[in-house]
Design a protein around this ligand. Structure first.
Ligand code: HEM
Length: 376
C-alpha cells in the first residue's frame, strides 16, 4: 500500500477499506518500519496483550522510556488528575458561560443570524485548556500565539504522527479533540431532531430553577445527553487511529502472523463502526448505550475513543467534564436550527484528518435564545 498520507481519503478509512473480510490483515509501510493494521476487536485485543510503544528515529511516538514516563506522570499528577479537574470547575463555568454570552451577542441583531459554532467552540476549548495549562498569569495574546503555533505544526504532521510534540500535546489535544467532538455532537443532533428534543428536554428539566453555578453539579442527571456524547465519540472519534504500538514478539492474530518489530496501527474508528460488534453500526442511536457496559475506560475493545492501556488518553476526565458542560449549556440556552431552510439530511458530515479528525466545514447554525437567558 502506498503512503496513506498521500492519499485523498483519510488514513483510517483507507485502512478499514483495505482490511475488509477478504483482507482482514493489512501490510503497510508508511516509513521504514513495517506496519500491521487492525480494524477488528480481536486484532486489538492481541496488541493490548503483546505490544507497547517504542521509539525509533522514524517513530511518531515519544520514546517509551524514562522521559515519556516522567512526562506522563507529570501530566497525570499535576495537570489532569481528578483533583485538578475538580479544581478547574470555576474556569469551565466561566469560559462556557462566555461561550453562551458570545452566541447571544452574535445573534442579538434583527432576525435570524447564522453563527459559526465551530469557531466559537475552538475558541472556548482553547481558553479552558490554556487557562488550565498556564493559569491566569499568561496574557491571552501570548497564549493564543502559542496555541496557533502548535496547531500549525500539528496540522502539518497529520495522520500517523500525533505525538511528536508530546509536551505540547496535552494543550493542543485538549483544544482540538474537545471542540471537534462538541461540534460533531451538535451536528448529529441537528441531523437527528428526535435526539435533540430528548436531550434538550432533559437538560432543561435538570437545570430548571437552579443558578448557572450549580449546572455542573447536575451532570449526573443528564443520562441521555451523556449517551449522545458517547454515541458521537463512537462515530467520530477525534483520534481514529490510536497511537502506534510496536510488536515486541512475533505472534499470530487469527490467521495472520505479525512479525516482531511491526508497528501495529489500531483503527478504533473502524472497530467502532463494525457491524460485527454494533447493530445498525452506521446509525446515530444514543439509546444503544442504555444496556451497554461500554465506557471510556478502554476495557471494552469495541469502543476505544480514549484508547487503552498505558498509552490511553490521560486527559479523558478533563475532556469529558468540559465537553458535557459545553454541550449542556448550548442545549439549555438556545434552540438551534439549520441555516437557509437546509434540511437535516442535507447537512454535510465531511471529515478532515489532521492531528485529529474534525469537520471539514465548520458547523454554522442559527441560534434562538431560549427564555432562560435572564440568568446571564
Ligand atoms: C474528547 C476528548 C479527547 C479524546 C476523544 C481523546 C482521545 C485520545 C486518544 C484516542 C489517545 C491515544 C490513546 C491510545 O493510543 O491508546 C489520546 C492520547 C493523548 N491525549 Fe487525549 N483525547 C481527548 C482529550 C484530551 C485532553 C483534554 C488532553 C489534555 C488536556 C489530552 C491529552 C492527551 C495526551 C497527552 C495523549 C498522549 C498520551 C501518551 O502518549 O501516552 N487528550 N487521546
Amino acid at each position: 500500500m502506498g503512503s496513506p498520507l498521500r492519499r485523498k481519503h483519510p488514513p483510517h478509512a483507507h485502512l478499514a477499506a483495505s482490511g475488509r473480510p477478504s483482507r482482514p490483515g493489512l501490510e503497510a509501510r508508511p516509513g521504514d518500519v513495517p506496519a500491521a493494521g487492525t480494524a477488528s476487536r480481536r486484532g486489538r485485543a492481541f496488541s493490548a496483550g503483546r505490544s507497547s510503544s517504542t521509539a525509533t528515529s522514524t517513530s511518531p511516538s515519544p520514546p517509551y522510556g524514562a522521559y515519556w514516563r516522567a512526562l506522563r506522570k507529570l501530566c497525570a499528577l499535576e495537570l489532569l488528575c481528578g483533583f485538578k479537574v475538580r479544581q478547574l470547575a470555576p474556569t469551565r463555568d466561566r469560559e462556557t458561560m462566555s461561550l453562551v454570552r458570545e452566541v447571544v451577542r452574535r445573534c442579538s441583531g434583527e432576525g435570524p443570524v447564522v453563527v459559526n459554532l465551530g469557531e466559537l467552540l475552538v475558541s472556548c476549548a482553547s481558553s479552558i485548556t490554556g487557562l488550565a495549562a498556564f493559569g491566569d498569569r499568561c496574557s491571552g495574546d501570548l497564549m493564543e500565539q502559542f496555541l496557533s503555533a502548535i496547531s500549525v505544526v500539528i496540522f502539518n504532521i497529520s495522520g500517523f504522527c500525533v505525538s511528536d510534540l508530546f509536551p505540547s500535546l496535552w494543550i493542543s489535544g485538549g483544544t482540538g479533540t474537545v471542540s471537534s467532538t462538541a461540534e460533531w455532537v451538535m451536528a448529529e443532533l441537528m441531523k437527528n431532531p428526535d435526539a435533540m428534543v430528548k436531550a434538550q428536554n432533559e437538560v432543561r428539566r435538570a437545570f430548571k430553577n437552579i443558578g448557572p453555578h450549580d449546572h455542573e453539579s447536575q451532570m449526573e442527571e443528564l443520562y441521555y445527553t451523556r449517551m449522545v456524547i458517547k454515541e458521537t465519540l463512537r462515530l467520530h472519534p477525534p483520534l481514529p487511529l490510536l497511537l502506534p504500538r510496536v510488536c515486541r514478539e512475533t505472534c499470530n492474530v487469527g490467521p495472520f502472523e505479525v512479525a516482531k518489530g511491526s508497528r501495529v496501527i489500531i483503527n478504533s474508528w473502524a472497530i467502532a463502526r463494525s457491524p460485527e460488534h454494533w447493530d445498525d453500526a452506521e446509525k446515530f442511536k444514543p439509546e444503544r448505550f442504555e444496556n451497554s457496559m461500554a465506557d471510556f475506560k478502554g476495557t471494552h475493545f469495541e469502543y476505544l475513543p480514549f484508547g487503552y492501556g498505558r498509552r490511553m488518553c490521560p486527559g479523558s476526565g478533563f475532556g469529558i467534564s468540559v465537553l458535557e458542560l459545553m454541550v449542556a449549556r448550548l442545549l439549555y440556552y438556545f434552540d438551534w436550527s439549520l441555516p437557509d431552510g437546509m434540511r437535516p439530511e442535507e447537512l454535510d458530515m465531511d471529515m478532515t484528518v489532521g492531528a485529529s479528525a474534525k469537520r471539514t466545514n465548520q458547523l454554522h447554525l442559527v441560534a434562538s435564545p431560549y427564555e432562560v437567558l435572564m440568568d446571564l
